[in-house]
Design a protein around this ligand. Sequence first.
Ligand SMILES: CC(C)(COP(=O)(O)OP(=O)(O)OC[C@H]1O[C@@H](n2cnc3c(N)ncnc32)[C@H](O)[C@@H]1OP(=O)(O)O)[C@@H](O)C(=O)NCCC(=O)NCCS
Length: 191
Amino acid sequence: MTHKPFDIAIRTIDQHEAETREGELADLLVDAVASGASVNFMADFAHADARVFWRGQFPGLGEGSRLLFVADDGRRLLGTVVLTFAPQPNAPHRAEIGKMLVHSDARRQGLGARLLTAAEQAALANGRTLLMLDTASGSAGERLYRRCGWTEYGVVPDHSHTPAGALAPTTFFFKRLVSPNSSGPAGVEQA
Ligand SMILES: CC(C)(COP(=O)(O)OP(=O)(O)OC[C@H]1O[C@@H](n2cnc3c(N)ncnc32)[C@H](O)[C@@H]1OP(=O)(O)O)[C@@H](O)C(=O)NCCC(=O)NCCS
């Protein structure tokens, strides 16, 4: 791909736009599974299955219980990340990161880091100061999260199957966000 990274916008999309672009969102998920990524699905995952997954996410966009960020080059979507606010009454400060996907054509130019940073900033702006996620141990995602200041809190052996069917470990991470107005360092986790 010939784009310069900053020709590509990172932005949220609302429920209506997400529904309109369901096929592109499904393309990204199918591409991730085809590239061997552990994102909850197996190798026989089809485009129709990916559409069903995304349709399940859309109502939350309308209700405000989650935000969907995309990397958009103006022609097609190149990446996603979903920020889901914890619904529990005792966790109004917590949120989860999911479906951190960059198309295999567009990786290794900083889009993953830009998407993650956008989701973290939006979490903080919404009062969500503790973020959680998990990822396949040893994956590009794990490197991304470590580089972006996330803290590992455990590895579960044989947690999930890879798309090809082998049991593999998952690494669990958290990141504590600090408001720029607080006494801690801006936007940096404090374990
Ligand atoms: C994980 C994932 C989202 C990372 O996306 P990405 O856009 O490639 O991420 P970045 O570009 O920010 O960083 C990836 C690598 O490129 C490097 N990089 C970033 N900008 C670069 C540039 N301009 N030139 C060269 N390398 C660059 C980073 O240092 C990083 O290197 P590392 O993996 O060796 O540590 C992507 O690999 C992906 O979609 N994987 C499949 C789905 C998946 O597993 N998601 C995580 C599930 S939790």
